[in-house]
Design a protein around this ligand. Structure first.
Ligand SMILES: Nc1ncnc2c1ncn2[C@@H]1O[C@H](COP(=O)(O)OP(=O)(O)O)[C@@H](O)[C@H]1O
Ligand SMILES: [Mg+2]
Length: 414
């Protein structure tokens, strides 16, 4: 698996891929990912099913339709989609395209028709043309961050929920927290006493009708700028969630937020990998004691073996006490990494906040615990604002587009 690098100072292009064939779908995702830092969302089915998904397509830049024949490409449906979403660039993949098929596809508003087997360069060129088109608009970028627990009770949900609240309240960002805990999704209850209107497995079961309004009604609104997609709460229901369903929800939801935080709990599975692949920062949450340090080392090994770059991994020590200094230096030796952040132990403040179902920032604003959570929030918010200026973007884009092939050079004769 090759995790996609979040686009950083590039433009984030959101690509939706529809195919009826899972093998070809994986091949398309692989080739698209190899072309650059694109975000992919998979949709198993034919183009006409997309017509039923309300306004949720307006967040995508590119629609790649893989069809086994011209009939299966459902050009009348494609025509409707392309007119409904003028900024959506449509690329059609066909086993072979006759000149008549090409003309029909172009008439329906398809920008490029590519043949199987898919030529990586032709695909790359088609995608680059899309970037060029979108370079003019200032694309909105979402900063995604995962919190993963080295061992139960580390404080992962507590930190994710409180930091989410702080980023939205103190930095004016729109924040979504996605609770991917399989066993017991409780992140919502740590900062709110409301019952979530829906949970991730319930939303996944109705993914076919997921548009912006439905999404919004399904999320818990802790405050106007801080929403939570509540976790499963039922391990059996959690098992029913499929990766493409989560991809679809994230594809629709993420562009509407400045920051998306994931509470992954302790597990690495197909769903958490969807989140990790999209995360620019992966915070491993632990406490400064040997059982946690051992678990953290194992987690770090797994993440590295899954090809997540070490510079995206952060060591987040929670419940830190002065007397933990020795365990902390052992931790640095074992992990070969200094903690990026230490959050102090404050059982009373944490206990009060959790029992009230309120963020620590509200219950004990000036406590060292609240201040530490604020610093972490500030750090994440700063990274989320680190989006390059449009000028800089254009520069890197032009370098990318013309760097190698080069604009026609003037030869100087001396
Ligand atoms: N810095 C802290 N100081 C004191 N107690 C804490 C701190 N962080 C978390 N806790 C407590 O630990 C409990 C478990 O945290 P939780 O976030 O549910 O763990 P996890 O999600 O990693 O299993 C919380 O209910 C909270 O009361
Ligand atoms: Mg938890």
């Amino acid at each position: 698996m090759q995790p996609k690098l979040p686009a950083g100072d590039n433009i984030m292009i959101n690509i939706l891929i529809s195919s009826e064939h899972s093998g070809r779908m994986s091949e398309i995702v692989r080739l698209v990912t190899a072309c650059g830092s694109y975000t992919t969302t998979r949709m198993q089915g034919e183009p006409s099913t997309l017509l039923e998904r309300g306004d949720s397509l307006d967040v995508f830049d590119v629609l790649i339709i893989d069809a086994s024949s011209l009939e299966r490409a459902e050009l009348p449906a494609v025509d409707v989609l392309v007119h409904r979403y003028p900024s959506l660039t449509c690329i059609l993949l066909l086993p072979e395209a006759s000149p008549a098929a090409l003309i029909a596809a172009m008439r329906a508003g398809v920008r490029d028709v590519l043949n199987w087997p898919l030529d990586p360069r032709a695909l790359g060129d088609a995608l680059k043309r899309t970037i060029a088109q979108h370079a003019a608009d200032q694309r909105h970028e979402t900063h995604m961050v995962s919190f993963i627990s080295c061992k139960g009770g580390a404080g992962t949900s507590f930190i994710a929920a409180n930091v989410g609240h702080a980023i939205s309240t103190l930095h004016g960002k729109r924040v979504l927290l996605v609770d991917l805990n399989q066993l017991f999704g409780d992140a919502a209850f740590l900062v709110s006493d409301q019952e979530p209107p829906s949970t991730l497995p319930q939303m996944c079961a109705q993914v076919d009708r997921m548009d912006a309004a439905f999404l919004d009604a399904s999320l818990m609104h802790v405050s106007p700028g801080f929403h939570i997609l509540a976790g499963a709460g039922d391990p059996l229901k959690a098992l029913e969630i499929r990766e493409e369903q989560l991809e679809w929800i994230l594809g629709v939801a993420a562009p509407r937020y400045d920051v998306v935080l994931f509470d992954l709990g302790q597990s690495i599975n197909a769903l958490s990998i969807v989140a990790l692949d999209r995360s620019a920062e992966i915070h491993m949450v632990l406490q400064a004691s040997m059982p946690y340090v051992r678990a953290a080392r194992r987690l770090q090994e797994i993440l590295v073996s899954l090809a997540y770059p070490v510079d995206r991994l952060r060591v987040l020590v929670n419940r830190h006490r002065r007397q933990d200094e020795r365990a902390r230096s052992a931790l640095e030796q074992v992990l070969g990494k200094r903690p990026s952040h230490l959050i102090p132990d404050d059982p009373q403040v944490a206990y009060d906040a959790v029992n009230l179902g309120e963020p620590v920032l509200k219950t004990a604003r000036n406590s060292p615990l609240a201040r530490s959570l604020q610093m972490l929030a500030q750090n994440i918010a700063n990274h989320s604002s680190g989006v390059a200026s449009p000028d800089k973007r254009d520069e890197s884009l032009l370098a990318k587009l013309f760097g190698r092939s080069g604009a026609p050079r003037q030869s100087t004769v001396s």
